[in-house]
Design a protein around this ligand. Structure first.
Ligand code: NDP
Length: 372
């Protein structure tokens, strides 16, 4: 953080309206050909935060039919230069965190995908909304429900859409199970188990730094079990209980949860029993049980291929890179008003944040926390 700030100061941010690399006419030509081949208008997206996941999204977008990467917002000039070359991004669509508000004057960008650390999502998303561009924001949408609510309100006030990067909502096997549940194939659903975790490395990373992360494993990976319990069961929870285990308080400091087991109660009588951890590897499993059948997915939320079976047999839907499908579907949501099978809007992101707040409260108080 300190070194990053130092670097940004050294780099002389104000000078970086970022005409670092000359406009690449060949890439531009490729893009124009791409454009004219499209039957429908593409969603022109700028990615903010060119880190590990931003790079994954950018590569996945190479195969998109409706969404197109056209711009970047970054605090690292060398990354901007590399991305301009890799993705044919013109200098006029390159910004840093000081200049990105000027994106409001750029008619060639429709939406900004915020892929920065969690603790910056609210500031960045609200800045983008203020600039009049649609916001796609990574999960968790913010670090608590109060922040999330501000984001929802700001996007409404600005008349822009706010979507959250819930890629699993578009994944074929996941959708198959959701459709089976909607059709009543599992009968009355009474139990869900979600296991989400991995062993986190470098203790100096932002994920273990409270102001940047807003929490520990729950914010990062446990959220998949929360969100998954909601789309698998198809109801909103009405109560939460939770218990934390912290074996390494040195690494997982105050506010950074290492392992939390939590339970969610649903109005139809179902219970979800979930585990979120930064200290166990390979935890990526969903199990749904109803009176007439079951669904089991493992891996259930990783980058795939997702594997799973139900009482009717294996799930066989083909694997497509999650972020490719997500971005094309989000283009259809934003441009055509398409209604997704499971919502991915700001209200959906906010629901998970309300539950996360309640889980932290339940850990702290040891009490059952009502969500109604
Ligand atoms: P990284 O650390 O790899 O990248 C974050 C990027 O944010 C940095 O590279 C940097 O890009 C930018 N940034 C801006 N300000 C800061 C700062 N103060 N400290 C550090 N980075 C800063 O993180 P990830 O890409 O793994 O995660 C980013 C977001 O994506 C998180 O919210 C995470 O939860 C989410 N995510 C979602 C996944 C999913 O499957 N949906 C998977 C992985 C992550 P630059 O140098 O260009 O400014």
């Amino acid at each position: 953080m300190k070194s990053r700030r130092f670097f940004l100061q050294k780099a002389g941010l104000s000078a970086l309206a970022l005409n670092l690399t000359p406009f690449n006419p060949i890439s531009a030509m490729t893009q124009d050909i791409f454009n004219t081949k499209q039957d429908e208008k593409p969603l022109r997206v700028a990615i903010m935060g060119l880190g590990s996941y931003g790079t994954r999204v950018a590569n996945a977008m190479k195969d998109c039919k409706r969404a197109k990467l056209v711009g970047v917002i970054s605090g690292t000039p060398s990354k901007i230069e590399a991305w301009q070359k890799e993705y044919g991004i013109p200098a006029k669509n390159c910004y840093n965190y000081e200049t990105y508000h000027q994106i409001k004057d750029n008619p060639d960008i429709d939406a900004v995908y915020v892929i920065t650390p969690n603790g910056l999502h609210m500031e960045h998303a609200m800045g983008v909304a203020k600039a009049g561009k649609h916001v796609i924001c990574e999960k968790p949408m913010a670090i608590n429900a109060a922040e999330g609510k501000k984001m929802v309100d700001a996007c409404k006030a600005a008349g822009v859409q706010l979507l959250v990067g819930y890629r699993m909502h578009f994944e074929a096997k996941t959708q198959e199970v959701i459709k089976m549940r909607m059709n009543g194939d599992f009968g009355k659903v009474l139990f869900f188990q979600g296991l989400s975790g991995f062993v986190i490395g470098d203790p100096t990373q932002w994920r273990l730094n409270y102001p940047r992360s807003g929490g520990g494993a729950m914010m990062d990976i446990g959220i998949y079990s929360i969100n998954g319990s909601r789309y698998m069961i198809g109801e909103e929870p009405i109560w939460v209980t939770a218990q934390e285990t912290k074996n390494n308080p040195e690494k997982f400091k105050e506010g950074i949860d290492e392992t939390i087991q939590f339970q969610l109660g649903f109005p139809g009588g179902a219970v979800a029993s979930c585990l979120s951890t930064y200290s166990m590897n390979g935890l990526d499993k969903f199990f749904l049980n109803g009176l007439k059948g079951f669904a089991e997915m493992q891996p259930s939320t990783g980058y795939g291929p997702i594997e799973g079976k139900t009482h009717k047999g294996p799930l066989t839907n083909p694997h497509v890179t999650h972020q490719t499908t997500q971005m094309d579907e989000m283009a259809a949501i934003i441009l055509d008003g398409k209604k997704p099978l499971v919502p991915v809007d700001g209200e959906e992101g906010l629901k998970d944040l309300v539950i996360i707040d309640a889980i932290y409260k339940a850990v702290k108080t040891g009490e059952k926390v009502s969500l109604v």
